[in-house]
Design a protein around this ligand. Structure first.
Ligand code: DGJ
Length: 699
């Protein structure tokens, strides 16, 4: 079955991937009509859909055409619904009138050119089937001899089929409380999720799922769910617009807030990719499809198991000295860590937040011979070595800023906003990008550095790099991608962690350039269960770093036992971030056992099928992982406090082979897959902060 078919008799197109189909057609008038997005259909069904008359009661108050019938809602005519594209031509006209001009089909890709009926301007709509996901983006082409200003250029509009009711699921949050699962019925009007910060931000992820609601129609195991994400590491906007008659469409793209992007004569601009994933079997299947998409088509080094990390931030903060780092490294290596990362504070002038960012040379007193001796020491302990950087920021008290005060975003007549005592370098400028590539190349060449934690701790403000147009919102992200891509090309063996004050930059755009994400500064193991639960709706656990830190953590002051802390972190990428110099021998011994246990199950956790075995985490949280081969099952269960005299929970392990048998390696108990699937696994959770990890091997 080809992924993309042109049904020439009807001038229609059918795109089919894992478990979904998407269909569209060119009308006799040259418009591009949306026909279907949902479960699989056949070519003959498309012919039937074409006989389906989408016209509705002709009220002058409705948008015409209705947004859910169009592949691209371009501002112009009587389009009153949320549009995806709005431009201004040189003569001041701000309306578009697009018609299909051509189409091109390759194996898994379709491109349709919509050309303006009057101006030499076109929008190429791209569709690409990627397993269970459909990628869409738009290329805007100015073939004229005057600039066309893009006021709004979303990546796509996504029409959804009518349902009696809609419920939205999204991942909202804040600093240290990212990705909280939020679920609300949609009412007529618009649900707008967005960031205006220049980075994706903590307030919401560029990800949204929509289903027909909880009235027995949709749950984890059943029901249709549609979802949309945006691969963009800057300001973004997702809007779900529900008309009073239940028609719904979603727009996704770069935020048009303050955006004015002049498209020069003869030039074109590609919007970022928006990804649509449909699941016909509830949120379990939706999660599987997002994880599979990230693993196969997005994140670098697919299939490679991620190392156990040690990061020094919470142990030493800015007080980075070689002796204490070496001591931490020795203890981390003894626990079984495989990568040792020195966080903020290793470079010249960095005694606190007030200075040093931008120069990226090791502190002379601490590292007179550079980072090489420490890197060698860490390598000698059998670990890889990494450092923290914040390349886009600059401290006013830095050599870089003194040499190039004009390299930051600023308005000449306005005060400059400091955030965490830094300015933002104008990565929209070619000279700044070149400088950063050179600086990072020099750093990575100065010592055997295997990993970078790439952080950004401030929003974009004063969005001007001297040119005075509103393109900086795009230029910064494009500059960030270019620098990252060039550094990766120069140092292909270096692994990158994406961070922005925790989970402020965890989108599909950065994940195509980073091996994993730091989802939150909140390392409280209980808070983390909620953050990680939400994170894993949109992203694969193999991108989700989680450290075990000291108890209490500096942010929440909550005391949590070591076992619970380890189990919580073991549900993603296990890292350790505590001050190991203060851990007792007993704690270190216990920790080494957890690390060894994690290494035995990590391929299952990182690359297996994940199941949320309980609802939203409140009382008991349980998560199950089934390895890709089906041979290993890892079940984690957590209960922060004893409630209602509960001593055990019964966890139904969905997705096991009912005909197979599974053995608990620790107790020797043998279960049938049918029993585990239909009845459940009994897990004892006694006392406050109880947690269990049960590993079952297929017999
Ligand atoms: C913010 C990050 O989220 C932290 O993990 C740490 O790297 C600090 N920045 C360092 O300044």
């Amino acid at each position: 079955m080809p992924a993309v078919e042109h049904l020439t008799r009807h001038d229609a197109f059918l795109l089919r991937g894992d478990g979904f189909a998407y269909a569209l057609a060119v009308t006799p008038e040259g418009d591009l009509r949306h026909l279907h997005w949902g479960g699989p259909i056949a070519p003959d069904d498309v012919a039937t859909l074409l006989t389906d008359d989408p016209r509705e009661f002709g009220s002058n108050t409705w948008s015409s055409p209705r947004a859910h019938t169009e592949e691209l809602v371009a501002h112009g005519g009587r389009r009153l619904d949320e549009s995806a594209l709005k431009v201004e031509f040189a003569d001041g006209v701000r309306a578009l009138d697009l018609a299909v001009e051509s189409s091109a089909v390759s194996d898994d890709e379709l491109t349709i050119r919509l050309a303006d009926r009057h101006y030499p301007f076109a929008a190429d709509l791209h569709y690409r089937v990627r397993g269970g996901a459909l990628e869409r983006w738009t290329t805007l082409v100015n073939d004229g001899d005057a600039a066309v200003v893009l006021d709004r250029a979303y990546s796509a509009s996504w029409p959804l089929p009518w349902q009696p009711r809609w419920v939205a699921t999204w991942l909202a949050g804040a600093y240290a409380a990212e990705t909280q699962v939020t679920r609300r019925p949609l009412g007529p009007g618009r649900l707008v999720l967005e960031s205006r910060r220049g980075i994706p931000g903590h307030a919401a992820q560029p990800w949204l799922a929509l289903d027909a609601g909880d009235d027995a129609r949709t749950n984890d195991e059943a029901g249709s769910v549609w979802s949309v994400a945006l691969a963009w590491s800057g300001s973004w906007r997702l809007a779900a617009e529900l008309a009073a008659d239940g028609r719904l469409h979603v727009t996704a793209g770069v935020n048009d807030f303050d955006l004015r992007h002049p498209l020069a004569p003869g030039s074109s601009w590609d919007t970022p990719v928006t990804v649509g994933v449909y699941a016909g079997a509830g949120h379990d299947e939706l999660t599987d499809r997002w994880h599979a998409y990230e693993r196969r088509h997005v994140v670098p080094r697919p299939g490679v198991v991620r190392p156990v990390l040690y990061n020094s931030w919470e142990a030493t903060f800015f007080d980075v000295r070689p002796e204490s780092q070496v001591e931490l490294a020795r203890r981390a290596a003894a626990l079984g860590a495989e990568l040792f990362v020195v966080d903020d504070g290793w470079f010249a002038g960095r005694d606190d937040e007030s200075a040093g960012i931008g120069d990226w040379t090791p502190d002379r007193a601490a590292f007179p011979d550079g980072l090489k001796p420490l890197a060698d020491e860490v390598h000698g302990l059998g670990m890889r070595f990494g450092v923290w950087v914040e390349p886009e920021a600059v401290s006013p008290d830095s050599d870089l800023f003194r040499a190039h005060p004009d390299w930051i975003y600023q308005w000449p007549s306005r005060p400059r906003t400091l955030a965490r005592q830094t300015h933002l370098l104008a990565l929209s400028r070619a000279d700044v990008r070149a400088h950063l590539v050179e600086t990072l190349d020099a750093l990575l060449s100065s010592a055997p550095i295997d990993a970078l934690k790439w952080d950004l701790n401030r929003p974009l403000t004063e969005v001007s790099d001297g040119d005075g147009d509103g393109s900086v919102w795009l230029g910064h992200v494009e500059g960030f991608y270019e620098v990252l891509d060039r550094v990766r090309a120069l140092h292909p063996d270096v692994w990158i962690e994406s961070c922005a004050s925790g989970g402020g930059r965890a989108d599909l755009g950065v994940l195509s350039r980073a091996e994993w994400v730091w989802p939150s500064d909140n390392t409280d193991a209980l808070e983390r269960l909620a953050i990680q639960n939400g994170y894993a709706y949109a992203h694969s656990p193999h991108t989700m770093m989680a450290w075990v830190t000291d108890s209490p953590t500096y942010l929440t002051k909550r005391e949590i036992p070591l076992r619970f802390r380890f189990h919580s972190a073991m549900t993603g990428l296990l890292g350790i971030g505590g001050d190991l110099a203060t851990w007792t021998d007993a704690a270190l011994g216990e920790a080494a056992e957890y690390v060894a246990q994690y290494r035995r199950i990590r391929a299952t956790v990182q690359y297996g099928t994940m199941r949320r075995l309980t609802g939203a985490p409140d009382d008991v949280t349980a998560i199950g992982y089934l390895s890709a081969s089906g041979d290993q099952v890892a079940v984690f269960a957590f209960a922060p406090s004893v409630r209602r005299l509960r001593r055990t929970v019964l966890l139904r392990l969905r997705g096991l082979d009912p005909a197979a048998a599974y053995v608990d390696a620790a107790t020797g108990t043998r279960y049938s897959g049918a029993l585990l699937h239909h009845h459940g696994l009994r897990v004892a959770l006694t006392g406050d902060y109880a947690s269990e990890l049960i590993v079952l091997d297929r017999d």
